[in-house]
Design a protein around this ligand. Structure first.
Ligand code: NAD
Ligand code: PRE
Length: 361
C-alpha cells in the first residue's frame, strides 16, 4: 500500500494514520470538522491535502451512524481502489450500503478490538492496535485485492487479523464489549449522588470496572442503536443473575442457619462462575503470540473464492485465526494460507479437500 485516505480523524482514524505514516504510506486526512484533520496532521499522521488521484485504501473512521453515507460518498467520487470502515458494528453499515445499491466488491467491513475511553486525535497513538484482534468481515463478493489491502493495514498497525461473518461479529461484541460497557456505566452511575466520603475511598478495583464509563455517550448511542437485540438479551441474563445474587445476599442476613448456608452457596457460585469466565479472557497487549497451524490451498484469482473458502471453513466448524495470501507473479493464481488452531488443521484440510479445494502440503 502506497497511499491511503482516512475519513474521520478521531481516536481510531488518527491512530491508524499514525501507524501507516510511520511505515512510509502517504496518508491523506479528512474530517467533517477541519480542526480535527489539522490536529491529526500536526501530530504527524499525514497531510490535509486531498489526494490528486485515487488512493490505494480509503479508511472510514467516522461514528457508526455516519459510516454508510461517508463510504457511499467516497465510492461515488472514486476516491480509492479499496474501501473499509472500522465501526464497532458490522451488520448494519453493510445492510445500509446494500440498500444504497452500491457495488460492494471493493468494500470490506472491519473492526479493531482496541480503543480508549477518550475521543479525538489527541488521544491517538500509533501503537493502539498492537497485538489486538482486528476483525475482517469479507463477504461473498469481496475482491481478494481489497482483503489484501485490509490485511496490509492490520499488519502495518501490528494488529492480529480475525476473519468473521458480520452478524456473528455483532453477536460476539455484544458479549465482550457492548454489554460490559453498559454494566460499567451502571456501576459508575451509583457514584453520581454518592457521599464524597465514600467516593474519596475509590481504589483500583472500581477504577478497573468503570474506566470505559468515561466514553463519549453519543458514540455509544450509535453503537448500541446498531446492536440493540443481542445486547438486551445479554443484559437480561445479567439481570436474572443479579436477582439471584440479591436473594443469596438477603439469605445471608437470615437468623436461620440453613438459609444462611444456602446464601453462602449462592454467592460462592457467583464468584466461582466469575473466576471461570475471567480465566477465559485472552492475554492482552504484549501477551505471547499463539502458535497456529497453517492450511495452505491454491486458488485461481476469481471473484468470490475467498468468501467460499471462509464459508466452507465455517461449515467445517473451524475458526480462521489469520489469513495470508500470496499471488503467483504473472499468473491468475494464488496461495491462501489459513492459520487455525493446531487441533483443527487436519479436519479443515480434509473438509476443504472434500469440497474440491487443492490443498498444498
Ligand atoms: N473508541 C473506540 O474505542 C473504538 C474502537 C474501535 C472502533 N471504533 C469505531 O471507530 C469509529 C471512530 O471512533 P473514534 O473513537 O475514533 O471516534 P472519535 O469521536 O474520536 O472520532 C470520530 C471522528 O469522525 C468525524 N466525523 C463524524 N462524522 C463524519 C463524517 N460524516 N465524515 C467525516 N468525518 C466525520 C468526527 O468529527 C471525529 O473527528 C467509530 O465507528 C467507532 O465505532 C471505536
Ligand atoms: O479499551 C477501551 O476503552 C474500549 O472499550 C475498547 C473497545 C472494547 O470494548 O474493547 C470499545 C469499543 C470498540 O468497538 C472496541 C474496543
Amino acid at each position: 500500500m502506497k497511499s491511503a485516505l482516512v475519513i474521520g480523524t478521531g481516536l481510531i482514524g488518527t491512530s491508524a494514520a499514525l501507524a501507516l505514516a510511520s511505515r512510509g504510506v502517504l496518508v491523506h486526512l479528512a474530517d467533517q470538522d477541519p480542526d480535527q484533520a489539522r490536529t491529526a496532521a500536526v501530530l504527524g499522521a499525514g497531510t490535509e491535502e486531498p489526494p490528486e488521484e485515487p488512493v490505494d485504501l480509503v479508511i472510514v473512521a467516522a461514528p457508526p451512524a455516519h459510516v454508510a453515507a461517508a463510504l457511499a460518498d467516497a465510492m461515488r467520487r472514486g476516491l480509492g481502489r479499496g474501501y473499509l470502515d472500522v465501526a464497532s458494528v458490522k451488520g448494519g453499515p453493510r445492510r445500509e450500503l446494500e440498500a444504497l445499491g452500491l457495488d460492494l466488491t471493493a468494500y470490506i467491513g472491519t473492526h479493531p478490538m482496541s480503543g480508549r475511553e477518550r475521543s479525538g486525535p489527541l488521544a491517538a497513538t500509533s501503537d493502539l492496535f498492537e497485538g489486538r484482534p482486528w476483525v475482517l468481515t469479507p463477504a461473498r463478493d469481496t475482491d481478494t485485492e481489497v482483503l489484501n489491502l485490509a490485511l496490509e493495514l492490520v499488519s502495518h498497525c501490528r494488529g492480529v487479523p480475525v476473519v468473521m461473518d458480520a452478524d456473528a461479529h455483532d453477536r460476539a461484541v455484544a458479549l465482550v464489549s457492548h454489554m460490559p460497557h453498559l454494566v460499567s456505566s451502571l456501576v459508575a452511575a451509583r457514584l453520581e449522588h454518592a457521599e464524597d466520603t465514600a467516593v474519596r475511598l475509590c481504589g483500583q478495583g472500581i477504577r478497573d470496572v468503570t474506566r470505559i464509563a468515561a466514553s463519549d455517550p453519543r458514540m455509544w448511542i450509535d453503537i448500541l442503536s446498531a446492536n440493540p437485540g443481542p445486547v438486551a438479551d445479554l443484559l437480561s441474563e445479567v439481570a436474572d443473575d443479579l436477582d439471584e445474587t440479591v436473594r443469596a445476599l438477603r439469605a445471608l442476613q437470615s437468623p436461620d442457619e440453613a438459609k444462611r448456608r444456602k446464601g453462602t452457596d449462592g454467592i460462592h457460585e457467583v464468584l466461582r462462575r466469575g473466576n471461570a469466565g475471567q480465566v477465559r479472557v485472552p492475554g492482552k497487549h504484549g501477551s505471547a503470540p499463539r502458535v497456529y497451524e497453517t492450511v495452505a490451498l491454491l486458488i485461481d484469482d476469481q471473484p468470490g473464492q475467498l468468501a467460499r473458502i471462509f464459508a466452507d471453513a465455517d461449515m467445517a466448524g473451524v475458526n480462521i485465526e489469520d489469513v495470508r495470501i500470496e499471488h503467483a507473479t504473472g499468473q491468475q493464481a494464488g496461495l491462501v494460507q489459513l492459520m487455525v488452531e493446531q487441533k483443527a488443521a487436519p479436519g479443515l484440510s480434509a473438509a476443504l479437500r472434500e469440497r474440491g479445494w487443492t490443498i498444498r502440503q
